[in-house]
Design a binder for this molecule. Structure first.
Ligand SMILES: Nc1nc2c(c(=O)[nH]1)N=C([C@H](O)[C@@H](O)CO)CN2
Length: 133
């Protein structure tokens, strides 16, 4: 437990690269009719990452490239079929932790059209990379 809290404390001091309101059309929903249409999801992604090398070199090959990551996330979600937005959030978090060796990532998935009387509904998860501890 203490180890987990220590790691969370360290993350507070970390740099971040983030993507706000990435819009993706997805096969998403728990009802059969939802699997016959595409619905809009919006993602906020906060990636914990040390930006110092990129700042020093001013070279795109040293940065965590938010354009490339936006494309990878869009492709992954568009190609899949999902019931819950929780699964979308979890799989995107794991994809980013593993492929980009992030120490941690926070993923929010919103489904803006799901509840007519609500502006937005969604989930947020924070995942730490066990191989970075
Ligand atoms: N926590 C969640 N609740 C619900 C989800 C979901 O993905 N996570 N999904 C639905 C339905 O698909 C809904 O969006 C259809 O309007 C219901 N609750």
């Amino acid at each position: 437990m203490n180890k987990g809290l220590n790691r969370l404390n360290e993350l507070v001091l970390h740099d971040k690269v983030w993507i706000e309101s990435l819009t993706v059309l997805a096969s998403i929903g728990v009802y059969d009719w939802e699997q016959t249409i595409k619905q809009r999801l919006e993602l906020d992604i906060v990636m914990y990452w040390d930006n110092r090398q990129a700042a020093l070199s001013d070279d795109v090959s040293d940065c965590l490239n938010y354009a490339a990551i936006s494309e990878a996330v869009t492709h992954y979600i568009s190609a899949g079929k999902f019931a819950l937005i929780e699964r979308v959030a979890e799989e995107i978090a794991q994809l980013l932790l593993v492929n980009y060796h992030l120490p941690a990532v926070e993923v929010t998935v919103r489904k803006p059209t799901a509840v007519a009387s609500a502006n937005q509904v969604g989930v947020t998860i924070l995942r730490l990379n066990d191989s970075c501890s």
